[in-house]
Design a protein around this ligand. Structure first.
Ligand SMILES: *Cc1c(COP(=O)(O)O)cnc(C)c1O
Length: 385
């Protein structure tokens, strides 16, 4: 393969050179266990504290409210299962949306099997939560509302400030999966009245297998992993120091560059969308054009199989993602795109491109050209076109 055009940053991102450099000393030189008392382990302990402070300052919270985890999935599981366990005596109803990541949806399914009731609130045709439906779903039994800050497939930004305020007024805990949002758009937990927030380092140029859960002071979240007293007794296990240090540096870099980077990505995103809509007929953009992550582009090409298009783009070195997932040999249409009310055949022709800091206009132009060719070829073969 001659060149690689990586347009799948919602799946994962490269580790930046400054993140790698920050992590390097913590493998072979400063490898001390932060729980040890000798001087040698102090460097690990200090690095852990520094990373916690960096992340807390990005969210506008206290360092003691940050708990390091193995990533977004663990943070989501912990928030939902923890609140369910603790609050199960008070109530057994949880509200979420139809378009959450599977880390939330499959945890909700497990909770449903274990005596909880879950309401999955719908979204409008732009992929924004129906606030009226959310308000109506609340019962005296409701203990938790979990709504993602930004969607991983269509990039829509949910009104988390409005939801946070509503949850607070009702005395219900509010969790947000901010894995796609953190490091990309500003989020302050106090402004948004968020009680619990999940994030993952590898979605903002940090390493894989590390993330955090923000837990507001006073929220009664029990431990899910028993063992030693790490993370103030709430999450056992020797800390992933290189990973946490990398996440801290990725956070620092993301905050410093956020404004410029988002501006650049927005420009490329809108150029991409505009040019494709002008040049490829029978195409639609999925998700709100306004309330949208700076780096997300999601198209449906009618009369085209998303998977076939992906394979043709892959042959050109272009990495993207489709709106369908192959499960056990059958094509499972994206639950997010189905929730928009799109017909199944349109969902099957969907493809997501997510841009990153290193994406260039030349790469976008190349991708547009190759997409146009591939779509034309696939439509030629389609009996429906
Ligand atoms: C990637 C992602 C997750 C899972 O994070 P991991 O760190 O890969 O476990 C959860 N939620 C959203 C919205 C994501 O995009």
């Amino acid at each position: 393969m001659e060149q690689l055009v990586y347009l799948d940053h919602a799946a994962t991102t490269p580790v930046s050179s400054s993140v790698l450099a920050a992590m390097q000393p913590f493998f072979c030189d400063c490898y001390g266990n932060p729980s040890s008392i000798y001087e040698f382990s102090m460097k690990s302990k200090k690095a852990l504290t520094a990373a916690r402070e960096t992340i807390a300052s990005a969210l506008g919270c206290e360092p003691s409210e940050i708990y390091f985890t193995s990533g977004g999935s663990e943070s989501d599981n912990w928030a939902l299962r923890g609140i369910a366990e603790e609050m199960g005596k008070k109530g057994r109803h949880i509200i979420t949306t139809k378009i959450e990541h599977h880390a939330v949806l499959n945890t909700c399914k497990w909770l449903e099997k274990n005596g909880f009731r879950v309401t999955y609130v719908g979204v409008d045709e732009n992929g924004i939560i129906k606030m009226e439906e959310l308000r109506r779903a609340v019962t005296p039994d409701t203990i938790l509302i979990s709504v993602m800050a930004a969607n991983n497939e269509i990039g829509t930004l949910q009104p988390i400030r409005e939801i946070g305020l509503f949850a607070k007024q009702k005395g219900i805990y509010f969790h947000t999966d901010a894995v796609q949002a953190f490091g990309h758009i500003p989020i302050k937990v106090n402004e948004a009245n968020v009680d619990l927030l999940s994030a993952s380092a590898h979605k903002f140029n940090g390493p894989k297998g590390v993330g955090f859960l923000y837990v507001r002071q006073g929220v009664p979240l029990p431990s899910m992993i028993y063992g030693g007293g790490q993370e103030r007794g709430r999450r056992a296990g020797t800390e992933n120091i290189p990973g946490i240090v990398g996440m801290g540096e990725a956070c620092r870099e993301a905050m410093a560059q956020m404004k410029n980077r988002a501006e650049r990505e927005r420009y490329l995103r809108d150029y991409f969308i505009y040019t494709v809509l002008r040049n490829i007929p029978y195409t639609r953009v999925n998700g709100s054009r306004k309330q949208r992550l700076p780096n997300n582009v999601n198209f449906s090409f009618q009369f085209v199989e998303g998977e076939s298009l992906l394979i043709m783009l892959d042959m050109q070195g272009i990495c993207a993602s489709s709106g369908s997932a192959c499960t056990a040999g059958s094509m499972e249409p994206s639950h997010v795109l189905m929730a928009l009310g799109l017909p199944e055949e349109v969902v099957h022709g969907s493809i997501r491109f997510t841009l990153g800091a290193e994406t260039t206009k030349e790469e976008i132009d190349f991708t547009i050209k190759k997409t146009k060719e591939a779509v034309a070829k696939l439509r030629e073969m389609s009996p429906f076109f």
